[in-house]
Write a protein that binds this ligand. Sequence first.
Ligand code: LFR
Length: 484
Amino acid sequence: MASSTVYAAAVDLGATSGRVILGSWSKQRLHLNEVHRFPNSFRSLGEHDYWDIGGLWAEVQTGLRAAVAALPKGATLASVGVDTWGVDFALLNDAGRLVFPVHAYRDVRTQAGLKRLAGTRAALERIYAATGIPNVFYNSSLQLEETVASCPAVTDLATRCLFLPDYFNYLLSGKAANELSIASTAQLIDVHSCDWSRAALNHFRVPASWFSTPIFSGTKLGKLRKALADVHPALAKTQVVAVPGHDTACAYDAMPASPDGTDLYLSSGTWSLVGFETDQPVLGAEALAARISNERTGDGRYHPLTNVIGLWLLEGTLKDFATRPKSAKEWTQLITAAEKLPAPKALIDVVDPALGNPASMRAAIDGQLKRRKITPPRDLAGYMRLICDSLGKGHADAKAAFERLAHRKFKRILMVGGGAKNRLLCQATANACGIPVVAFDLEGSAVGNLASQFIALKAVKDLATFRRLLGKTLDQRVYAPRHA
Ligand code: LFR
């Protein structure tokens, strides 16, 4: 196997964009070919927000066809794997039909449940001790609680809950399974085992029968459904592999980390996910206060992380400006203009819930600043500077909490994702954290997705080997901390 080339397709769906990447493993080296990229967004109907699942499925199929078209003559696609953003799910009946619309996690429907749990200290602590996941508005637990409460008949109609990567795996293979990393984003997995938490399921009144025992990543679910496999001979034997279904778990797997555990990870996109890998969860009252989320790796370990609001702030603010950068050159100009500005006198409070899903992000930021008697920026460069410096501080706060509570000292921050291309954000992070940021030009989630497939296909021995080999080939840029 080692001497021949193996081809696999990574389907990587993010909340604002998706892509299908054809990966090949040849001579101990990964090659990537992005064969399909498309925008993604949720849509509002009435008071609620929904994903266009049919549209996403069409894009997945377009991507698969593009992957086949990009194969060399006579080559076959060995496997396909799917990762998506966390927490969202599909409810199905025994025939595999959707019985409830797929809501988007920014929908306001969880606000009442969020406040209820936040206001009941004993329950909040009990749920955190059971699941290791803090009380956040998007948790599937709150979404499922609201679904059952607002539509009680759903417990008769639905027999299965599949998180979105599980659902796409089901559409691809016909096999319904719950993969562990994505299940762990739900706030329903027992933090001390790799199974569902009865305490959490009971608390949120979610039927345990909707779930099956989670599988580990790397499990082969079977071949593509016949209708899909028949599209092209290259797909006749393609296996659907359950990779870490959570995009963040994939992105962390792609980190060319030092084996001594001294690297902190930052996957920077719509959200900033700051975290690290460990065999032990980080629990207790202080961890809960620091919003440490003990999500799982595909093989059952932990990657405690803090979810900082991320470039969602910038994506939203850009919508409020008539002109936004369109080319790489215009982006560089905007970043250069922002760099030249003096450091903002005060930063955005990045944990303010008002920034979660505002009608206008600029108005929400200005509102917060004005309440604190701070003058808002005048132009887009001003917002860019304020957002990057505020995120840098958010990243530093997360690092400090991990060092204190997990008794670790981090030497570097490894950064992947769209934000790793933003030198202002990388520098602001290095400055606030006081350690170097090593930024990689890497589609982290898609690469972690492919790693899991190549390991399942036995083209690569294990994750440590993949990381070592990947690290040798990557371009990196180091940002040393500077002091103002
Ligand atoms: C990133 C991510 C985060 C998760 C958020 C909501 O894409 O998966 O890890 O907290 O989306 O699902």
